[in-house]
Design a protein around this ligand. Structure first.
Ligand SMILES: *Cc1c(COP(=O)(O)O)cnc(C)c1O
Ligand code: SF4
Length: 345
């Protein structure tokens, strides 16, 4: 990596810690060839086409340099690269893989508010993400129809205020940390005024791929929340945890934010006891409790990431013999129509 770091100005800047998160989003890679050449890999790796590049127009490659800096040069099997690089196999239709595998569209209360489970409601605040994960179940979600501004969110806020069973509001997306801090501050202020909302949860991968997202403006609205704040990070592999991420997580812990992590079990990326053990160890060292290990949702184009449930069970049972019980995430599947995530072990 050293030689590539020295010659690639984007990587030099990404690792310097000087640019803002907004700049990191703006400079993110959108072309497979840019990514592959930065890593010294063949430009047609996994069926990428040097001429057209955009393998998938609806869900194009998108990855910040801050995340690329954690990849290993010259490794076609790098576990971080495999999460973001489109492969020709995405275009294969696999039986059982559909566009809304988790039934999200059926649990919409009002536009942008999902209530699948008792006591918590999930706000789809934006369709944008700081990285496009090739296995994502939301790759086919109709984000164009999602309310994306304070005026449009008012409908969801009113629905939360009218439903006293909602104890916890989950900000999700897309990724809520792609929103401007002024918008997030507006949301927190609205939720502060609803007495039955006693916890605020934020699900984000932005802070993982761009750790400088945990900036001063963000800490200010976190401080403003009258209720405990839970941040659920999305980290799949120990190599994602670097110094910058650890210090971002530290800034949240200083604010007494509870930190949990969810991962997706992914073929050739984290489907081994040793990788998951290192992931849990890295998370615990950073003050993050492993929460869920998700079975892949069967979204169209993601079949090559699937690990059979039997194999997942074997891996998690073995993991349990290797470390503290609280270091073992709960292995779950999302089954449409169920009252909670479904434990698999
Ligand atoms: C996963 C999910 C939640 C949160 O479930 P927990 O088990 O509390 O983490 C809430 N709402 C929706 C729509 C979800 O998909
Ligand atoms: S919703 Fe999460 S998993 Fe899906 S693309 Fe965005 S960051 Fe990745």
């Amino acid at each position: 990596m050293a030689t590539i770091l020295a010659t690639n100005p984007h990587l030099v800047e990404a690792t310097s810690g000087t640019r803002t998160w907004q700049e990191a989003v703006r400079c993110a890679i959108r072309q497979a060839q840019t990514l592959l050449s930065a890593l010294g890999l063949p430009l047609d790796l996994y069926g990428n086409e040097p001429e057209t590049s955009a393998t998938n127009h609806k869900f194009p490659l998108f990855v910040p340099w801050e995340f690329v800096a954690r990849m290993q040069a010259g490794r076609a099997d790098d576990p971080l690269l495999l999460q973001v690089l489109p492969r020709a196999s995405e275009r294969l239709d696999a039986p059982g893989f559909a566009s809304d595998p988790v039934g999200d569209l059926d649990s919409e209360v009002v536009p942008g508010l999902l209530k699948k489970y008792r006591s918590r409601a999930l706000m789809v605040t934006t369709g944008r993400c700081a990285v496009h994960c090739r296995y994502c179940f939301r790759r086919e979600f109709p984000y164009d129809e999602v309310p994306k501004s304070p005026a449009a969110w008012q409908v969801a806020i009113d629905a939360i205020a009218a439903d006293e069973t909602v104890e916890e509001v989950i900000l999700s997306g897309g990724d809520p940390l792609m929103l401007a801090d002024s918008s997030l501050k507006w949301l927190v202020t609205q939720l502060n005024a609803i007495p039955h909302v006693v916890r605020l949860r934020i699900h984000s991968r932005t802070l993982v791929v761009i750790p400088q997202r945990i900036c001063q403006e963000l800490l200010e609205w976190i401080d403003l929340a009258r209720m405990p704040v839970v941040m659920v990070t999305h980290i799949n592999h120990p190599n994602e945890i670097d110094h910058a991420l650890r210090s971002a997580l530290g800034r949240l812990r200083d604010r007494r934010v509870m930190l949990l992590n969810q991962s997706v079990l992914l073929r050739d990326i984290n489907d081994s006891v040793e990788t998951l053990r290192q992931l849990s160890t890295g998370l615990l060292s950073a003050g993050v409790l492993p929460y869920y290990l998700h079975q892949l949702d069967r979204v169209r184009g993601a079949a090559h990431f699937e690990v059979p449930i039997e194999e997942g069970r074997r891996i998690v049972s073995e993991l349990r013999t290797q470390m503290s019980g609280y270091g073992v995430p709960e292995y779950v599947a999302e089954i449409a129509g169920q009252a909670s995530k479904t434990p698999l072990t």
